[in-house]
Design a protein around this ligand. Structure first.
Ligand SMILES: [Zn+2]
Length: 96
């Protein structure tokens, strides 16, 4: 589990003056994000968030040790599995 989070490629999304502002930004994204694990790194504390249950997209909030800025980094995965219900609804039985 830890490996998947670490192996992803993340792009810097935006930098904020405080953790509260960064958390507000995550809460205001159009997608819903769920708080995941927290990791202490040399750069600073990383708070990971996951998109919906089966979706591979992740983001983390970095609390930078050096300049005390807070930044959001988003993985470059595509959103997936948001439309499972629609796929199921399209399933039809074909009778011969
Ligand atoms: Zn997603």
């Amino acid at each position: 589990m830890a490996q998947t989070w670490q192996n992803k490629e993340y792009d810097l999304h935006e930098t904020y003056e405080s953790l509260d502002l960064a958390i507000d930004a995550v809460n205001n994204f159009s997608e819903k994000w769920t708080r995941g694990c927290t990791r202490k790194t040399q750069e600073g504390e990383k708070r990971f968030y996951t998109c919906r249950k089966q979706c591979p997209k992740r983001l983390y909030i970095l609390l930078n040790n050096e300049d005390h800025k807070v930044s959001i980094h988003i993985s470059n995965d595509q959103h997936e599995n948001h439309d499972n219900k629609i796929i199921e609804a399209c399933f039809e039985m074909i009778e011969g």
